[in-house]
Ligand binder design. Structure first.
Ligand SMILES: [Zn+2]
Ligand SMILES: [Zn+2]
Length: 334
């Protein structure tokens, strides 16, 4: 089968690999749509702490089951499924405490084990979820990023009637806008440098979207969702918080970077800072929510590429106009 392989030094290749075989408790999936996300952009250049190379990327995906391994009872060949890429150990203190995303023995599919940028991928059945009837593969491949947003928002107070600001209108920021709107946020303010992404934010339910250079500090935000990963946006988000406001750090800021922080601000305004990483236990909730959001969410997919054009997909994902780039591994180029 064909698969994209990354070496972690900026190179990628489409290679021939042996077909995976479903081991006990595994299913083999023919991926139909695979999202490219910020993690992949870091992974390509080896700038991701848990990346193991060489690796087949692709951790946000949906596809069709083509083989089931011994002992698999929940699934059958032909079913459409999505996959929570985080395979946790299930027995450590973090796993037992219901926070498998923090498991020290986590094996994320497409990061440390081979992912879905291939004609086939084998995954454990316990991370496989049946797609709701009629849901498109494009929407199915967006369940993973939606589950990251749902987990993140589990870490903040409820959004209902809150004044929300979203920093960074990439696919995660835009999913946060969609979910905040559905949750009854009072106001949604987006800060984003790309005009195309600002327009998308307003189309998807933000009240306004402004360039960071034009943003003013008025301390009128209850919940600031940092989804850009830029240190300057983190600082701006903290500055925008009203009394008792909450900063939600979702963006991956390079581990080398720091921001100036005045502890007085935490004290004086009684601020709360929370972090959020990956899916935790929110995948099933995202599967259940997706049919209600499907049509809106599919508008996030601005570019699609076959497997053989992985480099173009990465370039597109870096561009200002991209919202979500999908690889279609089983679509042949013609
Ligand atoms: Zn991702
Ligand atoms: Zn564990």
């Amino acid at each position: 089968m064909h698969a994209v392989v990354l070496d972690g030094r900026g190179n990628y290749e489409t290679v021939d690999k042996p077909r995976p075989v479903a081991a006990p408790g595994e299913v083999v999936i023919e991926p139909a749509a695979v999202g490219v996300c910020g993690t992949d952009l870091h992974l390509v250049i080896g700038d991701y702490p848990t990346g193991k190379f060489p690796v087949v990327p692709g951790h946000e995906f949906a596809g069709r089951i083509v083989e089931i391994g011994p002992g698999v009872e929940k699934f059958s060949v032909g079913q459409h499924v999505a996959v929570d890429p985080n395979v946790a150990c299930g027995t450590c203190a973090d796993c037992l405490a219901g926070q498998p995303n923090l498991c020290d023995f986590l094996v994320p599919i497409g990061v440390t084990s081979d992912g879905a940028c291939a004609e086939l991928v084998a995954v454990p059945e316990e991370v496989t979820y049946l797609l709701p009837d009629g849901l498109s593969m494009a929407a199915g491949a967006l369940i993973e990023p939606l589950s990251c947003v749902l987990h993140a928002l589990d870490r903040t107070p409820a959004l209902t009637d809150q004044r929300v600001a979203v920093y960074g209108a990439g696919s995660i920021g835009l999913l946060a806008v969609i979910v905040a709107r559905a949750a009854g946020a009072r106001a949604i303010h987006v800060v984003e440098p790309s005009p195309a992404r600002r327009k998308a934010a307003v189309d998807l339910g933000a009240d306004e979207a402004v360039d960071p250079a034009a943003a003013t500090t008025s301390r009128n935000v209850d919940i600031a969702i940092e989804a850009s990963g830029h240190p300057s946006a983190v600082a701006a988000a903290i500055d925008a918080l009203d009394k008792r406001g909450t900063l939600l750090q979702m963006g991956v800021v390079s581990s080398e970077r720091t921001i100036p922080l005045r502890p007085y601000d935490l004290f004086d305004r009684e601020l709360t800072f929370v972090g959020s990483q990956s899916v935790a236990t929110s995948f099933a909730a995202a599967v259940a929510m997706m049919p209600d959001l499907g049509d809106t969410v599919e508008r996030l997919v601005t570019h699609t590429f076959p497997l053989t054009r992985y480099g173009e997909a990465i370039a597109a994902a870096h561009s200002d106009s991209a919202l979500k780039v999908h690889i279609l591994p089983n679509e042949t180029e013609n």
